[in-house]
Design a protein around this ligand. Sequence first.
Ligand code: NAD
Length: 284
Amino acid sequence: MSTIPSITLNNGTTIPQLGYGVWQVPDDEAASAVRTAIEAGYRSIDTAAIYENEVGTGRAIAAAGVPREELYITTKLWNSGTLDWSGQQGQDAVLRAFDESLAKLGLDYVDLYLIHWPRPMHGTFPNVWKAFEKLYQDGRVKSVGVSNFGTEQLDTLLRESSVVPVLNQVELHPHFPQAELREYHAAHGIATEAWSPLGQGKELLAEPTLVKIAEKQGRTVAQVMLRWHLQSGVIAIPKSVTPSRIRENLDVAGFELDAEDLAAIATLETGKRLGPDPQGFDWN
Ligand code: NAD
């Protein structure tokens, strides 16, 4: 069994601090990739309607032979521009999308349902959140949260709703550590979950400072980055389809970054995102 710590969320539920993300894993590969991850010891899986691999993910969950209550399954609402998310019709669209995700996954509940993007220029996310509240209150989802939200959108939800998102899933890695947003989260009981926690396996894997720390620790750069997330109190959901890397990314207990390592990683901030800035970003 893995020795991955859990984080207690603001509604008393717990989430493993390390999960397995499946963005860009084709549906027909998802079944074997997620199965490998579960066999390796991952208990938390992060998918989304737009990843179009909920069916494969669900197959792996069914085949894994792990009791459902030991797994933590996250999926996300694709609140795209092709539908009107305002008013009652918007809320009905959320409930329909949720039903579709559940059917594809072959589950009767998910542990966490997220609004994928705020699309703040449309102003419909508070209405979408009302439908999320209903799903939560009806017990069809154990927790509700958001993704790619900024402090302004979070302020709106905190003002207008009694259900506080359990977490905000945002881009976060040593080049883009999101210190201010994390402070805001901490002040409001919202956990921080990192997407692209390895910087999408790009330059950061060859970053000399990280390579040096990895050599000193006798670990890989990916493991150093994931350890940094864990020690920062952040939930991370790295993705890989390579079985050895899937296992490597889970094997991050048993070593500790020291103050010198953490100070060196803190110098790596560039302020550059890999993904779009959610504040101006509109999906269609
Ligand atoms: P990531 O930072 O997890 O990097 C993944 C890539 O890194 C892999 O494709 C592989 O090339 C490489 N890699 C992985 N493990 C490695 C290892 N041990 N050694 C060397 N290279 C390795 O990037 P990601 O997939 O963008 O993010 C992770 C997850 O976050 C996604 O799968 C998805 O679930 C979620 N996500 C969410 C959003 C959102 O808008 N909410 C956006 C992007 C990603």
